[in-house]
Write a protein that binds this ligand. Structure first.
Ligand code: MLT
Length: 307
């Protein structure tokens, strides 16, 4: 019998390959609620469960950790590796949802839609208070041109935006084919009207946009982070909002989640969502199905795939 712990909420339909399999026992509850974690052979998580060395130490029979999503930054990969535990993810199941949410945030940001909604619901009718900006002819800077960045570029082109992208792995030819420009991070910062980040969070990308290089951005720039909290330094954002240099910020992610009484949330020019870019019925079905099938393959002795 293979014992599987699903520690974060996941699509029931997506988990069907595991729930319907013979000789597989699936327990759906948070790891913190389980007394004997040594009974489990597999652990399935989204981003809420922090799979740190302490948790891994308690799961003495664990063979595989599956992340129903892209980022594996909530998993201590070194600790898993040192215990011989395989880590897999679902690299593309939520690409479209995340790109659509990012684009919705960009459009909401430049048109003040969340602020105007709150205002009208409070009984106001302030038409002149919410004058926005067009996306037409503006330059969007995309930092990180993986799956999600590429989908955002397509949507930006449909809005007649110019697109500049920075990614060390972006070939000039591919950029040309997409009708976008491959440029340096410096050029993105200096020339773009709206900048959105789509890199993983690593030692190299933490604080990629920070107090020093924000100074080189255009006055009135809009910044968007629907990737991982910390890629754009939060205190630097507050600093440049205070200076009136940054016109607006859209955040789906935070350095610490949940952010609770976060200073950035007090700014009228900051719009935010609670890490829901990938939270659609479609994406959650995709990622849960992807990891459920992979875990099943793993216990059948077939090779696991990852990003
Ligand atoms: C991801 O890494 O896939 C997203 O942030 C979505 C999530 O955390 O569920």
């Amino acid at each position: 019998m293979v014992n599987i712990l699903v520690s974060d909420a996941m699509s029931e339909e997506g988990l069907a390959p595991l729930l319907n399999a013979d000789n597989v026992n699936v327990v759906q509850t948070n790891a913190s609620e389980v007394d004997d974690l040594s009974q489990f052979d597999a652990l399935l998580v989204r981003s809420q469960t922090k799979v740190d060395a302490q948790l891994i130490d308690k799961m003495t029979n664990l063979k595989i950790i599956a992340r129903a999503g892209v980022g594996v930054d909530n998993i201590d990969i070194d600790a898993a590796t040192s215990h011989g535990i395989v880590v897999i993810n679902a690299p593309d199941g939520n690409t479209i949802s995340t790109a659509e949410h990012t684009f919705a945030m960009i459009a909401s940001l430049v048109r003040n839609i969340p602020q105007a909604t709150s205002s009208i619901k409070a009984g106001n009718w302030k038409r002149s208070a919410f004058q926005g900006r067009e996306l037409n002819n503006k330059t969007l800077g995309i930092v990180g041109m993986g799956r999600i960045g590429s989908e955002i570029a397509k949507r930006a082109k449909a809005f007649n935006m110019k697109v500049k992208a920075f990614d060390p792995f972006l070939a000039k030819q591919r950029a040309e084919k997409m009708g976008i420009e491959s440029v340096s991070l410096e050029e993105i910062l200096e020339t773009c009207d709206i900048i959105t980040v789509h890199t993983p969070l690593t030692k190299q990308t933490r604080g990629l946009i920070n107090n020093d290089n924000l100074a080189t951005t255009k006055k009135g720039v809009f910044l968007v982070n629907c990737a991982r909290g910390g890629i754009i330094d939060e205190s630097a954002l507050a600093n440049y909002l205070d200076k009136g240099h940054v016109a607006g910020v859209a955040l789906d992610v935070f350095e610490v989640e949940p952010p609770e009484a976060h200073p950035l949330l007090a700014y009228e020019q900051v719009i935010a969502t609670p890490h829901i870019a990938a939270s659609t019925k479609e994406a959650q079905l995709n990622v849960a199905t992807q990891v459920a099938e992979e875990v099943l393959h793993f216990f059948e002795g077939k090779p696991a795939q990852s990003s």
